[in-house]
Every structure is written in C-alpha cells, then in structure tokens.
Design a binder for this molecule. Structure first.
Ligand code: AMP
Ligand code: GLY
Length: 423
C-alpha cells in the first residue's frame, strides 16, 4: 500500500518511521516532510492546508491511506474532501474536528456529555468578557475560540493581563476570526498529562499515557511552546486514573458524538490537568500530539497500518494494541530564540554519529536538506528519542545522544522526564 503522511514536523517523521516498518507498506510520501522523512519517504512540496492539491495528489498516486499530522487541514475539512473522492483517510471530518477547532464547541460538548472540565463563560462581547473576569478574579484563563497556532491561550496571573488578553483577541483581533468568540475559564492547577486514543466512531482504543513539557525552560519556566519534550508512559496517570479517564472522558465523548449523529473517527487527544489523583479536561485535540507521538510510537509494537485501517472501517473492536514495556523519552532541540523569532538555515552536526547509537532515534522536525547538508528550518528542530529499561535509562540515553548532535545556538531543556523520576 502507498501511504501519504501530511505534515512536516517531528510527529510526521515518527509516523513515517513507524509506517516504514510495516510489511504492508510499499511506498510512503510526506507532504511537505522534512530532511528526516526524506530518508524513508518521498517528500512532496504541497502545503498542509492545500486540501485540493493534496486530494489530487492522493488520487493521482493511488494512495491507499492518508494520515494527517496537524490540526489545520482536519479543521478545514480534508477528510470530507478525500472521502468525497473515495480516498481512504484517517481523521475526524470537519464537523467532528471542531473539538479542537472551536474551544466553544469543545466546552459545550464536554458539558453535554458530562465530562469533567473547568468552569467557564463564553463571550462575543469584550465588555461582557471583562465583567466576567472582574467577577471571577485571577488567575484566570482567556482562550480564543478558533485555531491560533498554539498562541490563543493566555493564563493570566493579574487582572491587567486578563483584560489585555481580551483586548488583544477581540479588539486588536490578533488571531483574526479565531478571536470572534472567547472562552474565559477557571485556572486549574496540577500536573498535565496527554491521553490519546484511536477512535472509529464507536470504539475507543487508548494508547499508553504520555506527558509533554510545554514551557521553554527547565522547571517549567519561560514562555509556552509547542512542546519541549515528552515521555511515555507517564506515571502520574495511574492505572486507576487511566480507567477513570476512559469511563468518564473518552467513552462519553465518542458515545455522545455518535448519539448526536456526528461520529468521531480519528485520534482523540485529551489534555488533562491532574491534581491529587483528580483530574479535569483542559482541551481536546483531534490528532497525535507533537512531541508525544514520538515516544508513543517508539513503544507501539502493533502495525500502525492495521490499527488505522480498522479505525477507518469501524472495526477497532477487533484491535488490541501491543506495547513495548520499556520507557521512552523525547528531548526536543530547538532553534536559538524559539518560541520567539529564530534564525534558519544553520547546519546541524553529528546526525551521522547519533544514527549509530543503539536505542535512539533522532526524529527531525524543523529541518531541510540544503545540498547534501541538513540545516535548521523551524523552531523545534530535532526530537531526540530513546528507549530504556525504565525512564531513568531512557533519559540517560536521550541526553547522551543530545550531546553528539547540535548547532550553534541550539537549546533544549535538561529536565525532560524528571517528573516521572520524582514519582
Ligand atoms: P490549549 O491550547 O487549550 O491546549 O492550552 C494550552 C495550555 O494552556 C495547556 O496545555 C495548559 O498548560 C494551559 N491551560 C489551558 N487551559 C487551562 C486552564 N483552565 N487552567 C490552567 N492552564 C490551562
Ligand atoms: N504537544 C502538545 C500538542 O501537540 O498539542
């Protein structure tokens, strides 16, 4: 079968890497891919949001299965377009993808289906949002309803910050239409974890737990990023909590969507805030997490083609996932200045040395080929991922590999996985 992976980050490199191990796969394309996917797949220069060009490519190449990495094409309705043309694609349709594409839609669905989440208000008028903020007090969280490239959530510690957030989103329209509606939400405290599951519209097959590290700097300091590292499993998600999340979050969401005639097919990713063994859902994403995908797929033993085939056909009840019992850790190496502005085109050294290390895979994110050389081309550049007997060994192996690759100005957190060690 020919596979098309849409996207060009670390998540997509790990998807390509995983597909490349399947005996069912004859050829992989990545659109647009990166220097890492280029070694396992053929990169195709089509933008992830150019749904029509992607569909035409898939038709022309007779692609047997398309997998979408980022949320933007899903929210634009890529699944609807592919299905209209009789193409097999894994992901939620445009309606169901609103779980990520609209915070208002997501919150209202959680309330209807009885899923535990933070108290909130939704607003189309800035003065009403501000009155709510004054009434509730700080800290408080201000969220733009629509997609805002990961920047649409402001956790405000002071009243001024919260009111400014409303002006930024609704008056200055920093995120365009995405700020037409605001969700203003109770600020939750605790430890975050990512709970991902494969869904086929009826059944939910959970992946093992994982944890991201959103802040740019050690000890969760500095500005939020797309994610500076992740590991799996995440011991904060105990076996008991895992079952509770399945029963009170994942199944009710999938059952509720089905009952309302809008079944959810794809990855359902619940972002959890856990405090003292209790949790609430911060948000849902409608795709694999990046970087969570890298450590999760490194532990998944099952053939991903079989799993996604079953999901597309509504047969996930026939699938039992097999996991490597060991732990995986992914350390993200980022460009100097990320998540702010950063230089591009800097040559990366040591990739050949790292490639020879046992139990390590260096997933590329923002990289591209320039002549024969691999250079930086994005904020998050590499996801150095290692497997070990226990999280301590995985951490050690990942950081050994981090030492041998690099470029001037590269930065990374030195404490990825530490929360797991502390448990
Ligand atoms: P989201 O874009 O909804 O994933 O939110 C991005 C990040 O903002 C989350 O991963 C949390 O770190 C933080 N966040 C979102 N909602 C809340 C909340 N209600 N309380 C505290 N932090 C939050
Ligand atoms: N790692 C967080 C996300 O993928 O949204």
């Amino acid at each position: 079968m020919k596979i098309l992976v849409i996207g060009g980050g670390g998540r997509e490199h790990s998807l390509v890497w995983k597909f490349s191990q399947s005996p069912r796969v004859e050829k992989i394309f990545a659109a647009p891919g990166n220097a890492g996917t280029a070694s396992l797949a053929e990169n195709v220069a089509i933008d992830v949001e150019d749904v029509m060009a992607l569909a035409e490519f898939a038709q022309a190449e007779n692609i047997g299965m398309t997998v979408v990495g980022p949320e933007a094409p899903l929210v634009l309705g890529i699944v609807d377009e592919f299905k209209k043309r009789g193409l097999r694609i894994f992901g939620p349709d445009k309606f169901a993808a609103q779980l990520e594409g609209s915070k208002k839609f997501c919150k209202e669905a959680m309330i209807r289906f009885g899923v535990p989440t933070a108290e909130y208000g939704e607003f189309t008028d800035p003065e009403a949002a501000k009155a709510y903020i004054r009434e509730k007090g700080v800290p408080i969280v201000v969220k733009a309803d629509g997609l805002a490239a990961g920047k649409g959530v402001i956790v405000a510690r002071t009243l001024e910050e919260a009111l400014d957030a409303v002006d930024l989103m609704m008056v200055a329209r920093e995120f365009g239409d995405a700020g037409d509606v605001l969700v203003v939400e109770e600020c939750l405290v605790g430890e975050e974890a990512s709970f991902l599951a494969f869904c086929d519209g009826k059944s939910v097959v959970p992946m093992d737990s994982s944890q991201d590290h959103k802040p740019a700097l050690d000890n969760d300091e500095g500005p939020n990023t797309g994610g500076m590292g992740a590991y799996s499993p995440a011991p904060v998600v105990t076996a008991e909590l895992f079952d509770e999340v399945m029963e009170t979050v994942m199944k009710p969401m999938v059952d509720g969507m089905a009952r309302e005639g809008t079944p959810y097919v794809g990855i359902l990713y619940g972002g959890l805030m856990i405090d003292n063994g209790k949790f609430k859902v911060l948000e849902f994403n409608c795709r694999f997490g990046d970087p969570e995908c890298q450590p999760i797929l490194m532990r998944l033993k099952s053939d991903l083609v079989d799993v996604l085939d079953a999901a597309i056909d509504g047969k996930l009840d026939q699938i039992e996932l097999e996991w490597d019992d060991r732990a995986t850790v992914c350390v993200v190496m980022a460009s100097e200045g990320y998540p702010g502005s950063y230089p591009k085109g800097v040559e990366i050294a040591g990739l050949d040395v790292a490639a020879k290390l046992a139990d390590v895979v260096v997933f590329h994110a923002g990289t591209r080929l320039n002549g024969g050389k691999v250079v930086t081309s994005g904020g998050r550049v590499l996801g150095v991922t290692a497997i070990g007997d226990g999280v301590a060994q995985a951490i050690e192996r990942a950081y050994e590999a981090v030492k041998v690759v690099g470029w001037p100005g590269a930065h990374y957190r030195t404490d990825i996985g530490k929360k797991a060690l502390n448990r």
